[in-house]
Design a protein around this ligand. Structure first.
Ligand SMILES: [Zn+2]
Length: 227
């Protein structure tokens, strides 16, 4: 029979333990009261045997005594019950942590395969931006900023913007568009807004222009930073 490893690494196999218990069982059945505890090894030795801390070769020499001393047998049983309880708690703790690790890994794998379940949404608020003239962004204004991971954009148009069709695009500062779309603006709670789906994952991060126009009008440009 293979010896257990890990938790029982001190060299007691189940078979060894059964041998010890059988020897001790005979000891108890013979009922040696030994009230003066003559020749008893002491609780430290019993504890080391019960907790498998003492190598079997060393424990063997005590077996003769233990087979003929009922108090030692009872002490041993008690110590062993405590050791088994602690060992079971350790096993349960290890099992629980394995379950947690497996669970976390499973979830991580699940999300890796399915991708993030939430669509990233960002708001581009142009309401308090000055309406650019001649297509050039106003250099005094903080650039807009969104993540390249954003898939859903909600654009609040400048105050007073009309409802209806708009064209929107994101282009490099050199003027080439990396994303273009058309959408319908609508007024809700006094805000003219446009919702649009975007895919910016192939655009490198950096400085861009976010541009909006009514069809056949001039583009209004806003500085945009893609993170
Ligand atoms: Zn004894």
């Amino acid at each position: 029979m293979q010896r257990e490893v890990g938790l029982n690494a001190k060299g007691y196999s189940d078979r060894d333990e059964k041998r010890i218990l059988a020897a001790l069982g005979r000891g108890l059945s013979k009922e040696f009261p030994n009230p003066d505890r003559t020749g008893c090894p002491g609780s430290e030795v019993l504890e080391r045997i019960a907790s498998h801390e003492m190598p079997l070769s060393e424990a063997e020499k005590w077996l003769d005594h233990l087979t003929s001393c009922s108090p030692c047998y009872r002490d041993f049983l008690e110590l062993q019950a405590g050791y088994r309880h602690r060992r079971m708690q350790t096993i349960l703790a290890i099992a629980a942590s394995i379950l947690i690790v497996v669970g976390v890994a499973g979830w991580a794998l699940f999300f890796k395969q399915k991708g993030p379940p939430v669509v990233q949404t960002a708001v581009l608020d142009l309401r308090n931006r000055s309406v650019p003239r001649g297509g050039e962004p106003n250099p005094g204004e903080q650039p807009l900023e969104i993540s390249r991971q954003v898939k859903h954009l909600n654009v609040y148009l400048p105050l007073g913007s009309a409802e209806g069709p708009y064209e929107l695009r994101i282009s490099t500062t050199a003027g080439s568009a990396v994303f273009t779309t058309k959408s319908i603006a609508s007024v809700k709670d006094g805000v003219t807004s446009i919702e649009m789906l975007v895919d910016l994952s192939s655009a490198p991060s950096g400085q861009y222009l976010f541009e909006v126009r009514r069809p056949n009008s001039e583009w209004n440009s806003y500085s945009l930073i893609l993170r």
